[in-house]
Design a protein around this ligand. Structure first.
Ligand code: NAP
Ligand code: COA
Length: 270
């Protein structure tokens, strides 16, 4: 099940999120759904939002009978604010808000129309502003906000002008909001590396050769699991992270640090 750890056990105790309300924008598939499931397993009451209502309903059903699902586009401030007000009315103040909706496709800058570039900026960066700006007066005391960013924020990548710009903007937005909204709201980001069984990697590494070349470059020599990102999210919204704000937590097997291929080591020693 996405969200559960395939290769190890969780250090977090059962019930650690009991009584918490968690709102996950983009929580209807992939990494964000894994985070939503893990929050629910640990006792949180969870609401997930995506554009496609059938997909959102299926996601909520997979989380558990108490999970709420909504259809809204994060590019539409009024729509996403309306959903958050509804969740607040049903479940109470929001303790945890995750902004994870994103869009991506591979294209050179010269292959992107102005609208193609704008579309990804609107979903990822403006969408994160809308989610965080929209939830502020609905938050519980000591709330934790988490943006899902990516290595593209730091490492320039060809065919990714839109996602690089959007995710870099998200990292700075996280830092600014941490400064403006402390001490009672913490704002952090998680930067996953390549994560197996996700739409993101189906789009960015569609063939076996690209996948293999990724493995060689990563210190951990594998892609990550959805459950491993979910554990980082639990950490950030738990009391263990009560003095952590304005940070981006890399859950990337070391891929952001640099190229870990054996070949580079050998070249360096020669
Ligand atoms: P995914 O399965 O495609 O999840 C995207 C989610 O966002 C879906 O629930 C989708 O539902 C929703 N969404 C998309 N556009 C939306 C919009 N305009 N308004 C509201 N909801 C919207 O993607 P994923 O691969 O798991 O990635 C999840 C997050 O992790 C993203 O922020 C991504 O940038 C980040 N990330 C992923 C990887 C990776 O390896 N996959 C690596 C680094 C970072 P609908 O389509 O129904 O709207
Ligand atoms: N290459 C170049 N341009 C592309 C493209 C591609 N592969 N895919 C879409 N575009 C362009 C479109 O042509 C359009 O530009 P135009 O109006 O000038 O023709 C623009 O991007 C918007 O496309 P549209 O399909 O109308 O956007 P949408 O809002 O329906 O969907 C996307 C947004 C394009 C990001 C879509 O891929 C999506 O919904 N993604 C969500 C899932 C996802 O990406 N998951 C991985 C997360 S890391």
């Amino acid at each position: 099940m996405a969200g559960a750890l395939a290769g190890g056990s969780s250090p977090f105790r059962d019930g650690i999120l009991e009584g918490k309300v968690a709102f996950i924008a983009g929580g209807t598939s992939g990494i964000n759904l894994g985070i939503a499931r893990r929050f629910a397993e640990l006792g949180a009451r969870v609401a997930v939002v995506g554009r496609n209502p059938e997909k959102a309903a299926a996601a909520a059903a997979s989380i558990g009978e108490d999970a709420l699902d909504f259809s809204a586009d994060v590019r539409d401030f009024g729509a996403i604010r309306g959903v958050m007000e509804h969740v607040h009315a049903r479940l109470g103040p929001l303790d945890i808000v995750v902004s994870g909706a994103a869009g991506n496709f591979l294209a050179p800058a010269l292959g992107m129309s102005a609208n193609a570039f704008k579309t990804v900026i609107d979903i990822d960066l403006n969408g994160t502003f809308n989610v965080f700006r929209g939830c502020h007066d609905l938050l519980a005391e000591n709330a934790s906000l988490i943006a899902i960013t990516a290595g593209q924020a730091i490492n320039a990548m060809q065919l990714q002008a839109h996602a690089c710009a959007a995710k870099a903007g998200i990292n700075q937005l996280v830092r600014v909001l941490a400064l403006e909204w402390g001490p009672h709201v913490r704002v952090n980001g998680i930067s996953p590396g390549p994560i197996a069984d996700t739409e993101g990697m189906r789009r960015l590494a569609p063939d076996a050769a690209t996948k293999q070349s990724h493995f060689e470059r990563i210190a951990m020599k594998r892609w990550g699991e959805i459950g491993e990102v979910a554990e980082c999210a639990v950490f950030l919204c738990s009391d263990a992270a009560r003095y952590v704000t304005g940070t981006i937590l890399d859950c990337d097997g070391g891929s952001g640090v640099g190229d870990a291929t054996q070949r580079s080591v050998e070249r360096g020693l020669a």
